[in-house]
Design a protein around this ligand. Structure first.
Ligand SMILES: N[C@@H](CCC(=O)N[C@@H](CS)C(=O)NCC(=O)O)C(=O)O
Length: 217
């Protein structure tokens, strides 16, 4: 099995964490965002990372890939069993991808990728908007949803992975969930990052991050 993409991308990380949580071996093929070669577009028609290959089968989109993994490898469950919980799991997965990811992605792009990797200037107004306007209502909503202990449906699952992953990129951009305002969410985030399925890729990412930061000097 192959995961195409850059491990530091929040959407690529989601797939890698899901594979780790299920104990499935895979190879990460490095593909940088924006790759539009005919070979890559064949497996990811929108040109977005991640793309995924399982033998002669290929599919893209992190949520689609994670659900494929859930159906193909049901032994370690990353989704709850009953229909209502499954619907809620999909809701949080969607919310993580379409609502949490954009502002977190902006902070990461502007505060880390642009200055240190692309050597472009930072749009501080976009960062301020993400932090002061976009994120607070999202965090207030999530504060009411996440549990005091454990994860949304007990063990770490696709929904948690999808909500947590973008915040790691925001943290790379210097953002921290304010534990005074959103204590349950801040603790949930810390728990998620410490989960073994997240911890392993984060070690790799740290090496990559240090390399990017060093190049900038
Ligand atoms: N819904 C997609 C979103 C994927 C996505 O936005 N990937 C970004 C990197 S995190 C990307 O490839 N960006 C490159 C571009 O926009 O050209 C998923 O969950 O896989």
């Amino acid at each position: 099995m192959k995961v195409h993409g850059l491990i530091m991308s929040p959407n690529v990380r989601k797939v890698i964490v899901a594979l780790n949580a299920k104990g499935i071996a895979f190879t990460n093929v490095t593909v940088v965002p924006g790759t539009d070669t005919p070979e890559f577009l064949e497996i990811s028609p929108r040109g977005l990372i991640p793309a995924f290959e399982d033998g002669d089968f290929a599919v893209s989109d992190s949520a689609v890939i994670m659900e494929y993994l859930e159906e193909k490898f049901p032994e370690t469950k990353l989704m709850p069993a009953n229909p209502r919980d499954r619907a809620r799991s999909r809701w949080f997965t969607e919310y993580g991808g379409s609502v949490v990811f954009p502002p977190c992605g902006t902070i990461f792009m502007q505060m880390m990728a642009n200055p240190y990797y692309y050597k472009r200037s930072t749009d501080h107004a976009a960062v301020d908007e993400a932090i002061s306007e976009t994120l607070p209502p999202i965090l207030a909503y999530l504060e009411k949803q996440v549990p005091e202990a454990g994860f949304l449906f007990g063990e770490l699952g696709i929904a948690d992975i999808s909500l947590l992953s973008p915040f790691i990129n925001a943290e790379y951009g210097g953002y921290e969930i304010d534990a005074a305002k959103w204590p349950k969410l801040a603790a949930y985030y810390r728990r998620g990052k410490a989960h073994p399925a997240f911890a392993a890729p984060l070690v790799e990412e740290d090496k990559m991050r240090q390399a990017v930061l060093a190049q900038a000097v």
